[in-house]
Design a protein around this ligand. Structure first.
Ligand code: PMP
Ligand code: GLN
Length: 385
Protein backbone atom coordinates (compact mmCIF):
# COMPACT_ATOMS: atom_id res chain seq x y z
CA UNK A 1 0.00 0.00 0.00
CA UNK A 2 1.32 3.44 -0.87
CA UNK A 3 2.43 5.54 2.08
CA UNK A 4 -0.23 8.19 1.61
CA UNK A 5 -2.90 5.55 2.33
CA UNK A 6 -1.23 3.56 5.10
CA UNK A 7 -2.99 5.60 7.82
CA UNK A 8 -6.33 4.51 6.37
CA UNK A 9 -6.20 0.72 6.23
CA UNK A 10 -9.37 0.01 8.20
CA UNK A 11 -12.35 2.11 9.19
CA UNK A 12 -13.55 2.48 12.75
CA UNK A 13 -17.07 1.59 11.56
CA UNK A 14 -15.95 -1.74 10.16
CA UNK A 15 -13.90 -2.46 13.29
CA UNK A 16 -16.69 -1.63 15.77
CA UNK A 17 -19.42 -3.33 13.74
CA UNK A 18 -17.31 -6.51 13.49
CA UNK A 19 -16.70 -6.37 17.25
CA UNK A 20 -20.43 -5.83 17.90
CA UNK A 21 -21.35 -8.75 15.64
CA UNK A 22 -18.78 -11.05 17.22
CA UNK A 23 -19.91 -10.26 20.77
CA UNK A 24 -23.65 -9.90 20.05
CA UNK A 25 -23.49 -6.31 21.33
CA UNK A 26 -26.10 -3.63 20.67
CA UNK A 27 -24.50 -1.62 17.88
CA UNK A 28 -24.76 2.12 18.52
CA UNK A 29 -21.45 2.55 16.72
CA UNK A 30 -22.04 2.61 12.98
CA UNK A 31 -24.78 5.06 12.06
CA UNK A 32 -27.42 3.27 10.03
CA UNK A 33 -31.16 2.99 10.71
CA UNK A 34 -32.74 -0.35 11.62
CA UNK A 35 -36.05 0.34 9.85
CA UNK A 36 -36.80 0.72 6.13
CA UNK A 37 -37.58 3.82 4.14
CA UNK A 38 -40.98 4.70 2.66
CA UNK A 39 -42.81 1.57 1.43
CA UNK A 40 -43.69 3.08 -1.94
CA UNK A 41 -40.03 4.00 -2.56
CA UNK A 42 -39.04 0.37 -1.97
CA UNK A 43 -41.79 -0.71 -4.34
CA UNK A 44 -40.56 1.73 -6.99
CA UNK A 45 -37.12 0.08 -6.82
CA UNK A 46 -38.62 -3.40 -7.19
CA UNK A 47 -40.77 -2.14 -10.07
CA UNK A 48 -37.73 -0.63 -11.75
CA UNK A 49 -35.90 -3.95 -11.57
CA UNK A 50 -38.95 -5.77 -12.96
CA UNK A 51 -39.24 -3.18 -15.72
CA UNK A 52 -35.65 -3.82 -16.78
CA UNK A 53 -33.93 -0.74 -15.36
CA UNK A 54 -30.84 -2.86 -14.81
CA UNK A 55 -28.22 -1.57 -17.24
CA UNK A 56 -25.92 1.45 -17.03
CA UNK A 57 -27.85 4.64 -16.38
CA UNK A 58 -26.76 7.85 -18.15
CA UNK A 59 -23.41 9.27 -16.93
CA UNK A 60 -24.89 12.25 -15.07
CA UNK A 61 -27.71 10.12 -13.61
CA UNK A 62 -31.25 9.39 -14.76
CA UNK A 63 -33.05 12.55 -15.86
CA UNK A 64 -36.04 12.08 -13.53
CA UNK A 65 -33.68 11.85 -10.56
CA UNK A 66 -31.71 14.94 -11.60
CA UNK A 67 -34.99 16.84 -11.99
CA UNK A 68 -36.15 15.70 -8.55
CA UNK A 69 -32.83 16.73 -6.97
CA UNK A 70 -33.04 20.18 -8.57
CA UNK A 71 -36.63 20.54 -7.33
CA UNK A 72 -35.58 19.55 -3.79
CA UNK A 73 -32.79 22.15 -3.80
CA UNK A 74 -35.22 24.75 -5.16
CA UNK A 75 -37.07 24.54 -1.83
CA UNK A 76 -34.02 26.30 -0.31
CA UNK A 77 -34.35 29.02 -2.92
CA UNK A 78 -31.49 27.81 -5.14
CA UNK A 79 -31.89 27.01 -8.82
CA UNK A 80 -29.79 24.25 -10.39
CA UNK A 81 -30.18 23.23 -14.02
CA UNK A 82 -30.86 19.47 -13.85
CA UNK A 83 -29.10 18.96 -17.20
CA UNK A 84 -25.82 20.69 -16.42
CA UNK A 85 -25.64 21.42 -12.71
CA UNK A 86 -26.64 18.13 -11.08
CA UNK A 87 -24.63 14.90 -11.02
CA UNK A 88 -25.73 11.61 -9.45
CA UNK A 89 -22.97 9.76 -7.59
CA UNK A 90 -22.44 6.52 -5.70
CA UNK A 91 -23.33 8.07 -2.37
CA UNK A 92 -21.97 11.24 -0.86
CA UNK A 93 -18.72 9.37 -0.27
CA UNK A 94 -17.94 9.18 -3.97
CA UNK A 95 -19.09 12.75 -4.45
CA UNK A 96 -16.61 14.01 -1.84
CA UNK A 97 -13.79 11.92 -3.30
CA UNK A 98 -14.54 12.98 -6.88
CA UNK A 99 -14.79 16.64 -5.88
CA UNK A 100 -11.40 16.53 -4.17
CA UNK A 101 -9.80 14.59 -7.04
CA UNK A 102 -11.23 17.00 -9.59
CA UNK A 103 -10.59 20.29 -7.83
CA UNK A 104 -7.35 20.00 -5.86
CA UNK A 105 -3.81 19.71 -7.16
CA UNK A 106 -1.13 17.77 -5.30
CA UNK A 107 0.22 20.19 -2.70
CA UNK A 108 -3.01 22.16 -2.37
CA UNK A 109 -4.35 22.50 1.14
CA UNK A 110 -7.90 21.58 2.10
CA UNK A 111 -9.38 22.78 5.37
CA UNK A 112 -11.38 20.23 7.37
CA UNK A 113 -13.14 20.72 10.68
CA UNK A 114 -12.24 18.12 13.25
CA UNK A 115 -13.63 15.81 14.28
CA UNK A 116 -14.12 14.99 10.58
CA UNK A 117 -16.01 12.20 8.85
CA UNK A 118 -13.39 9.54 8.21
CA UNK A 119 -13.54 9.49 4.43
CA UNK A 120 -12.47 13.14 4.15
CA UNK A 121 -8.90 12.65 5.31
CA UNK A 122 -8.51 9.57 3.11
CA UNK A 123 -9.96 11.34 0.06
CA UNK A 124 -7.74 14.39 0.56
CA UNK A 125 -4.79 11.98 0.71
CA UNK A 126 -5.89 10.13 -2.44
CA UNK A 127 -6.03 13.47 -4.24
CA UNK A 128 -2.45 14.15 -3.12
CA UNK A 129 -3.59 17.26 -1.29
CA UNK A 130 -2.83 18.14 2.32
CA UNK A 131 -5.40 18.56 5.04
CA UNK A 132 -5.35 21.51 7.40
CA UNK A 133 -7.49 20.80 10.39
CA UNK A 134 -9.47 23.27 12.46
CA UNK A 135 -10.99 21.98 15.70
CA UNK A 136 -14.59 22.56 16.62
CA UNK A 137 -14.80 23.98 20.13
CA UNK A 138 -16.31 21.68 22.77
CA UNK A 139 -18.44 24.08 24.87
CA UNK A 140 -22.18 24.78 25.29
CA UNK A 141 -22.39 23.22 21.85
CA UNK A 142 -19.64 22.23 19.43
CA UNK A 143 -18.97 25.53 17.65
CA UNK A 144 -16.84 26.99 14.88
CA UNK A 145 -13.88 29.22 15.77
CA UNK A 146 -13.76 31.57 12.77
CA UNK A 147 -10.42 33.06 13.87
CA UNK A 148 -8.97 29.56 13.78
CA UNK A 149 -10.34 29.06 10.27
CA UNK A 150 -8.74 32.30 9.14
CA UNK A 151 -5.47 31.29 10.77
CA UNK A 152 -5.51 27.97 8.87
CA UNK A 153 -5.71 29.64 5.47
CA UNK A 154 -2.43 29.94 3.54
CA UNK A 155 -1.58 30.81 -0.07
CA UNK A 156 -1.84 27.07 -0.79
CA UNK A 157 -5.39 26.73 0.52
CA UNK A 158 -7.67 25.66 -2.28
CA UNK A 159 -10.82 24.39 -0.61
CA UNK A 160 -12.73 24.03 2.63
CA UNK A 161 -14.92 21.03 3.36
CA UNK A 162 -17.93 21.87 5.49
CA UNK A 163 -20.20 19.20 6.98
CA UNK A 164 -23.36 20.50 8.62
CA UNK A 165 -25.38 18.97 10.26
CA UNK A 166 -22.13 17.56 11.56
CA UNK A 167 -21.07 13.96 12.02
CA UNK A 168 -19.89 12.98 14.66
CA UNK A 169 -20.80 15.85 17.00
CA UNK A 170 -24.46 16.39 16.06
CA UNK A 171 -23.86 20.13 15.89
CA UNK A 172 -25.65 22.22 13.24
CA UNK A 173 -23.65 25.21 12.07
CA UNK A 174 -25.46 28.48 12.79
CA UNK A 175 -26.22 31.21 10.29
CA UNK A 176 -23.41 33.31 11.83
CA UNK A 177 -20.89 30.46 11.56
CA UNK A 178 -21.81 29.74 7.94
CA UNK A 179 -21.77 33.45 7.08
CA UNK A 180 -18.30 33.70 8.58
CA UNK A 181 -17.06 30.69 6.61
CA UNK A 182 -18.64 32.09 3.43
CA UNK A 183 -16.99 35.48 3.93
CA UNK A 184 -13.58 33.79 4.28
CA UNK A 185 -14.19 31.71 1.13
CA UNK A 186 -14.93 34.88 -0.81
CA UNK A 187 -12.04 36.84 0.71
CA UNK A 188 -9.48 34.11 -0.04
CA UNK A 189 -11.12 32.76 -3.21
CA UNK A 190 -11.65 29.25 -1.85
CA UNK A 191 -13.88 26.49 -3.16
CA UNK A 192 -16.37 25.17 -0.61
CA UNK A 193 -17.31 21.51 -0.69
CA UNK A 194 -20.33 20.90 1.53
CA UNK A 195 -21.49 17.57 2.88
CA UNK A 196 -25.18 18.04 3.65
CA UNK A 197 -26.22 14.39 3.99
CA UNK A 198 -28.05 15.14 7.27
CA UNK A 199 -29.81 18.20 5.84
CA UNK A 200 -33.28 16.89 6.68
CA UNK A 201 -32.34 15.80 10.22
CA UNK A 202 -32.24 18.99 12.32
CA UNK A 203 -34.29 19.03 15.49
CA UNK A 204 -36.27 21.36 17.77
CA UNK A 205 -37.09 23.74 14.93
CA UNK A 206 -40.20 24.94 16.77
CA UNK A 207 -38.19 25.79 19.88
CA UNK A 208 -35.04 27.60 18.85
CA UNK A 209 -33.32 24.74 16.99
CA UNK A 210 -30.90 25.59 14.20
CA UNK A 211 -32.35 24.97 10.72
CA UNK A 212 -30.17 23.63 7.93
CA UNK A 213 -28.84 26.39 5.70
CA UNK A 214 -26.98 25.41 2.53
CA UNK A 215 -23.66 27.27 2.34
CA UNK A 216 -24.24 27.99 -1.34
CA UNK A 217 -27.09 30.37 -0.42
CA UNK A 218 -24.71 32.85 1.24
CA UNK A 219 -23.46 35.89 -0.69
CA UNK A 220 -20.74 35.07 -3.20
CA UNK A 221 -21.02 31.33 -2.59
CA UNK A 222 -23.23 30.04 -5.42
CA UNK A 223 -20.36 30.16 -7.92
CA UNK A 224 -17.79 28.49 -5.63
CA UNK A 225 -19.74 25.82 -3.75
CA UNK A 226 -19.96 22.12 -4.55
CA UNK A 227 -23.05 20.97 -2.66
CA UNK A 228 -23.20 17.27 -1.82
CA UNK A 229 -26.02 15.24 -0.34
CA UNK A 230 -27.44 11.76 -0.50
CA UNK A 231 -30.61 9.71 -0.15
CA UNK A 232 -29.27 7.39 2.54
CA UNK A 233 -30.09 9.51 5.57
CA UNK A 234 -33.15 11.17 4.08
CA UNK A 235 -34.99 7.93 3.27
CA UNK A 236 -33.39 5.25 5.50
CA UNK A 237 -31.60 3.60 2.58
CA UNK A 238 -27.90 3.91 3.45
CA UNK A 239 -27.09 0.78 1.43
CA UNK A 240 -28.46 2.16 -1.82
CA UNK A 241 -25.62 4.64 -2.14
CA UNK A 242 -27.42 7.20 -4.24
CA UNK A 243 -25.80 10.60 -3.73
CA UNK A 244 -25.49 13.79 -5.71
CA UNK A 245 -23.52 16.90 -6.46
CA UNK A 246 -25.09 20.27 -7.26
CA UNK A 247 -22.86 23.12 -8.41
CA UNK A 248 -22.31 25.53 -11.28
CA UNK A 249 -21.77 23.84 -14.62
CA UNK A 250 -17.95 24.13 -14.71
CA UNK A 251 -17.59 22.62 -11.25
CA UNK A 252 -20.04 19.79 -11.98
CA UNK A 253 -18.21 19.01 -15.24
CA UNK A 254 -14.94 18.81 -13.32
CA UNK A 255 -16.38 16.50 -10.67
CA UNK A 256 -17.95 14.36 -13.38
CA UNK A 257 -14.60 14.00 -15.10
CA UNK A 258 -13.24 12.34 -11.96
CA UNK A 259 -16.43 10.42 -11.12
CA UNK A 260 -16.67 8.76 -14.53
CA UNK A 261 -13.40 6.92 -13.92
CA UNK A 262 -14.14 6.00 -10.31
CA UNK A 263 -17.44 4.18 -10.86
CA UNK A 264 -18.75 5.58 -14.17
CA UNK A 265 -22.35 5.23 -12.93
CA UNK A 266 -24.25 3.33 -10.24
CA UNK A 267 -27.53 2.14 -8.75
CA UNK A 268 -29.72 2.17 -11.88
CA UNK A 269 -32.97 0.81 -10.34
CA UNK A 270 -32.57 2.88 -7.18
CA UNK A 271 -32.42 6.12 -9.10
CA UNK A 272 -36.12 6.24 -10.12
CA UNK A 273 -37.06 5.11 -6.62
CA UNK A 274 -35.12 7.97 -5.02
CA UNK A 275 -36.62 10.37 -7.58
CA UNK A 276 -40.05 9.17 -6.48
CA UNK A 277 -39.16 9.68 -2.82
CA UNK A 278 -37.78 13.19 -3.39
CA UNK A 279 -40.96 14.13 -5.25
CA UNK A 280 -43.54 12.52 -2.97
CA UNK A 281 -42.20 11.58 0.45
CA UNK A 282 -41.43 14.86 2.20
CA UNK A 283 -44.10 14.16 4.85
CA UNK A 284 -42.40 10.83 5.53
CA UNK A 285 -39.08 12.65 6.01
CA UNK A 286 -40.67 15.14 8.43
CA UNK A 287 -42.09 12.25 10.45
CA UNK A 288 -38.66 10.57 10.45
CA UNK A 289 -37.08 13.76 11.73
CA UNK A 290 -39.64 14.14 14.53
CA UNK A 291 -39.21 10.51 15.47
CA UNK A 292 -35.43 10.86 15.57
CA UNK A 293 -35.69 13.92 17.82
CA UNK A 294 -37.57 11.78 20.36
CA UNK A 295 -34.96 9.02 20.03
CA UNK A 296 -32.22 11.57 20.57
CA UNK A 297 -33.92 12.61 23.81
CA UNK A 298 -34.39 8.99 24.86
CA UNK A 299 -30.72 8.13 24.36
CA UNK A 300 -29.39 11.45 25.72
CA UNK A 301 -31.43 11.08 28.91
CA UNK A 302 -30.40 7.44 29.25
CA UNK A 303 -26.72 8.29 28.84
CA UNK A 304 -26.98 11.10 31.38
CA UNK A 305 -28.72 8.78 33.85
CA UNK A 306 -25.93 6.24 33.30
CA UNK A 307 -23.40 8.89 34.30
CA UNK A 308 -22.08 10.22 30.97
CA UNK A 309 -21.50 13.93 30.34
CA UNK A 310 -23.94 14.27 27.44
CA UNK A 311 -23.39 16.99 24.85
CA UNK A 312 -26.37 18.52 23.06
CA UNK A 313 -27.21 17.07 19.64
CA UNK A 314 -29.07 19.41 17.29
CA UNK A 315 -29.12 17.15 14.25
CA UNK A 316 -27.83 13.92 12.58
CA UNK A 317 -28.06 10.40 14.01
CA UNK A 318 -25.56 11.04 16.78
CA UNK A 319 -25.05 12.20 20.32
CA UNK A 320 -21.63 12.67 21.88
CA UNK A 321 -20.85 11.97 25.50
CA UNK A 322 -17.95 12.69 27.83
CA UNK A 323 -16.72 9.50 29.49
CA UNK A 324 -14.69 11.20 32.21
CA UNK A 325 -17.56 11.52 34.73
CA UNK A 326 -17.62 7.70 34.75
CA UNK A 327 -13.92 7.58 35.54
CA UNK A 328 -12.64 6.69 32.06
CA UNK A 329 -9.82 8.61 30.43
CA UNK A 330 -9.66 7.19 26.91
CA UNK A 331 -12.70 6.71 24.67
CA UNK A 332 -10.89 4.43 22.23
CA UNK A 333 -9.83 2.09 25.00
CA UNK A 334 -13.36 2.14 26.41
CA UNK A 335 -15.00 1.49 23.00
CA UNK A 336 -12.72 -1.51 22.42
CA UNK A 337 -13.86 -2.98 25.77
CA UNK A 338 -17.53 -2.02 25.80
CA UNK A 339 -18.93 -4.79 23.55
CA UNK A 340 -17.29 -7.58 25.55
CA UNK A 341 -17.83 -5.95 28.92
CA UNK A 342 -21.45 -4.78 28.76
CA UNK A 343 -22.65 -5.60 25.23
CA UNK A 344 -22.78 -2.14 23.65
CA UNK A 345 -20.77 -0.74 20.72
CA UNK A 346 -19.97 2.96 20.31
CA UNK A 347 -17.37 4.95 18.38
CA UNK A 348 -14.50 6.96 19.89
CA UNK A 349 -14.44 10.46 18.42
CA UNK A 350 -10.66 10.82 18.70
CA UNK A 351 -10.23 8.59 15.62
CA UNK A 352 -11.82 11.38 13.55
CA UNK A 353 -9.16 13.90 14.54
CA UNK A 354 -5.53 14.90 14.13
CA UNK A 355 -5.42 15.80 17.82
CA UNK A 356 -6.67 12.61 19.51
CA UNK A 357 -5.55 13.64 22.98
CA UNK A 358 -7.85 16.64 22.90
CA UNK A 359 -10.83 14.46 21.96
CA UNK A 360 -10.20 11.21 23.78
CA UNK A 361 -12.89 11.90 26.39
CA UNK A 362 -15.67 11.98 23.77
CA UNK A 363 -17.55 8.92 22.52
CA UNK A 364 -20.26 8.92 19.84
CA UNK A 365 -23.53 6.97 20.11
CA UNK A 366 -26.06 6.52 17.28
CA UNK A 367 -29.74 6.90 18.14
CA UNK A 368 -31.21 5.94 14.71
CA UNK A 369 -32.42 2.66 16.24
CA UNK A 370 -35.66 1.09 17.43
CA UNK A 371 -36.72 2.12 20.94
CA UNK A 372 -36.19 -1.36 22.38
CA UNK A 373 -32.64 -1.36 20.98
CA UNK A 374 -31.93 2.02 22.59
CA UNK A 375 -33.48 0.84 25.86
CA UNK A 376 -31.39 -2.32 25.87
CA UNK A 377 -28.25 -0.27 25.32
CA UNK A 378 -29.16 2.20 28.06
CA UNK A 379 -29.85 -0.58 30.54
CA UNK A 380 -26.46 -2.13 29.79
CA UNK A 381 -24.67 1.21 29.98
CA UNK A 382 -25.92 1.67 33.53
CA UNK A 383 -23.61 -1.20 34.50
CA UNK A 384 -20.62 1.06 33.91
CA UNK A 385 -21.26 3.23 36.95
N1 PMP B 1 -20.85 12.15 4.98
C1 PMP B 1 -21.25 12.00 6.24
C2 PMP B 1 -21.06 13.11 7.20
C3 PMP B 1 -21.80 10.79 6.65
O1 PMP B 1 -22.16 10.60 7.91
C4 PMP B 1 -21.95 9.76 5.71
C5 PMP B 1 -22.53 8.45 6.02
N2 PMP B 1 -22.71 7.94 6.99
C6 PMP B 1 -21.53 9.97 4.42
C7 PMP B 1 -20.98 11.17 4.08
C8 PMP B 1 -21.63 8.91 3.38
O2 PMP B 1 -22.78 9.01 2.67
P1 PMP B 1 -23.12 7.94 1.53
O3 PMP B 1 -23.53 6.69 2.23
O4 PMP B 1 -24.22 8.60 0.78
O5 PMP B 1 -21.89 7.76 0.74
N1 GLN C 1 -21.86 7.35 8.22
C1 GLN C 1 -22.00 6.28 9.14
C2 GLN C 1 -21.42 6.69 10.46
O1 GLN C 1 -20.85 7.74 10.59
C3 GLN C 1 -21.35 5.01 8.70
C4 GLN C 1 -20.62 5.07 7.44
C5 GLN C 1 -19.65 3.94 7.26
O2 GLN C 1 -19.79 2.88 7.82
N2 GLN C 1 -18.68 4.21 6.46
O3 GLN C 1 -21.53 5.94 11.38
Amino acid sequence: LVSRLTPFTSTIFAEMTALATRTGAVNLGQGFPDTDGPARMLEEARNAISAGVNQYPPGPGRPELRAAIAAQRAAYGIEFDPDTEVLVTVGATEAVAAALLALTEPGDEVILFEPYYDSYAASVAMAGATRKVVSLVDGERFSVDLDAVRAAITPDTRAILVNSPHNPTGTVFTRAELAGIAALCVEYDLIAITDEVYESLTYDLGSGGVPHLPLCTFPGMAERTVTISSAGKMFNCTGWKIGWVCAPKELVSAVRAAKQFLTFVGGAPFQPAVAYALNHESAWVTALRDDLAVKRDRLSEGLAAAGFGVRPSAGTYFVCADVRPLGFADGAELCRQLPERIGVAAVPVQVFTDTPDAWKHIVRFAFCKKDDVLDAAIERLHKLA
